[in-house]
Design a protein around this ligand. Sequence first.
Ligand SMILES: *[C@@H]1O[C@H](CO)[C@@H](O)[C@H](O)[C@H]1NC(C)=O
Ligand SMILES: *[C@@H]1O[C@H](CO)[C@@H](O)[C@H](O)[C@H]1NC(C)=O
Length: 175
Amino acid sequence: MLAVIITLLVLHSMEVEAKWKTLYCSAPNDEFGEILLCKLKIIDRYRNSVNINYRVKKEISQVTARLEFFKRGNGWRPFLYNISTDGCSFLNNRNNLIINIFYSYVKPYLAQNLTCPIKANEVLKLENFEFDINQFRNRFPIETGEYAVHTSLYSRKKLLVLMKTTLEYSNYREN
Ligand SMILES: *[C@@H]1O[C@H](CO)[C@@H](O)[C@H](O)[C@H]1NC(C)=O
Ligand SMILES: *[C@@H]1O[C@H](CO)[C@@H](O)[C@H](O)[C@H]1NC(C)=O
């Protein structure tokens, strides 16, 4: 019994760290908008953040958002979710539970409130988006390893933006 308690205490106090590893953005249909910034900023040895600016060139009144998750094992494998939703209907009704969890997580890092339609010349900014593993694992108790998230936004089947991030989640911090 005591051994179990000690093990639990040790597991509980184990340091974890999670940090973005790579970031890639593309906007293949550049008549709709352009990427002004797509950058990982280093905060310190253990922390970094994602920074993305996208300038809308044409008003967007219909948008489909897709989130795909991958875990690295023997190559990258689909993991957990691959979900799409109608972005404008979501912003009005928050009608997708999983996307809502992720949106709530990202929202504090958005420079503006998203509403539809998104006007031409608006610059959508994701600023200093750090991955807070402790907050995340309360809901999704994921194992350590490497993960990737692909976020794509489509308008009438045309890809507006694709953002790919990978992140590394490990157990120990060397001091
Ligand atoms: C996710 O779903 C879309 C639409 O069904 C599909 O095109 C895509 O290949 C899927 N992605 C993965 C990683 O399975
Ligand atoms: C977003 O909306 C909230 C509530 O409507 C408002 O208080 C806040 O100032 C808005 N934020 C921005 C960045 O426009």
